[in-house]
Design a protein. Structure first.
Length: 293
């Protein structure tokens, strides 16, 4: 009796670690063991009544008829073999007589693609789209494994990889739901690390987060978590080092140190405060306010 996906139980296929093959790029995991091509041909011929193929023609068709576009319309197609590919990992070749497509293990399990199951082209098109989303998801997770990213950065990366807008949107939504993308948390951690440990002012950090695609409200929320004293301490450490390494009179030191701190993204008011304190510690007197040139 024909089986269709979605209305039967299933057994999870073996993982690639459970199957060994030293001589082939694929391992057939069909229920009856290794699926011989001759047997597949005979089964397909009996099912469709198309006896025009000889074995050489069938072999050629089996190599050419890969991808959903080659599948015939408006007929039921029965899975004749399920083969585990050695490379890339966790991918399977699903054969329907002379036609075949490749899917990720998670997709194969979700749609219960086991030998004897029957699908039509519309159902297989849905499966192919699901597989594209799974592959895009895999690319995104690999990109995230190096360091946290914003949703915008993931979007740009997947676009460079050639994934469609629909696939990218689905992947970003999934990653957000799973908590693997969190622009709010990212912005807070980035702002704190850049100001406290990297000597960057809030204006610098604001521009960095804009470039990373973080929304304005989330940027301002993150910068609001940075206290004025934390930013002042960071500016003082940088300013003191620059002040000590700058020769000349007060005005020369003020100009060079002030410009240096402004380039690091600190505000004019904060720079003035730092310079007043550095001048006081050095016993110098001069105009108190910093004026950006």
């Amino acid at each position: 009796m024909e089986q269709r996906y979605g209305d039967r139980g299933y057994r999870r296929p073996h993982n690639s670690r459970d199957i060994k093959s030293d001589h082939s790029e694929i391992v057939d995991i069909s229920e009856e063991g290794f699926w011989e091509q001759e047997k597949t041909y005979d089964s397909y011929s009996k099912k469709t009544g198309e006896n025009k193929y000889n074995r050489e023609e069938y072999k050629q068709d089996n190599e050419e008829n890969n991808g959903i576009d080659s599948f015939p319309e408006d007929i039921d197609l029965e899975i004749t073999s399920v083969q585990l590919l050695k490379r890339p990992k966790f991918r399977y070749r699903i054969s329907f007589g002379p036609y075949s497509l490749e899917v990720h293990e998670d997709v194969m399990i979700k749609y219960r693609m086991i030998k004897g199951s029957v699908f039509n082209k519309a159902e297989l098109t849905e499966i192919v789209l699901a597989d594209e989303r799974q592959q895009g998801y895999g690319d995104a997770v690999q990109y995230l494994s190096r360091k946290p990213r914003t949703g915008y950065e993931i979007t740009m990366r997947l676009g460079e990889k050639g994934w469609s807008e629909e696939t990218i949107s689905d992947v970003v939504d999934r990653l957000t739901t799973e908590g693997l993308i969190n622009d709010s948390l990212y912005a807070q951690e980035w702002a704190g690390q850049r100001v406290k440990n990297r000597g960057k002012g809030k204006m610098w950090v604001r521009q960095e987060l804009r470039q990373k695609g973080v929304s304005k409200p989330l940027i301002e929320e993150a910068l609001g978590e940075i206290s004025e004293e934390d930013e002042y301490d960071s500016a003082m450490q940088l300013g003191a080092k620059k002040w000590r390494g700058t020769s000349g009179e007060y005005l020369d030191k003020k100009r060079k140190v002030g410009a240096f701190l402004m380039r690091r993204g600190f505000s004019g008011g904060l720079v003035s405060r730092v310079i007043r304190e550095l001048a006081r510690q050095d016993g110098m007197n001069g105009p108190e306010d910093w004026e950006e040139e």
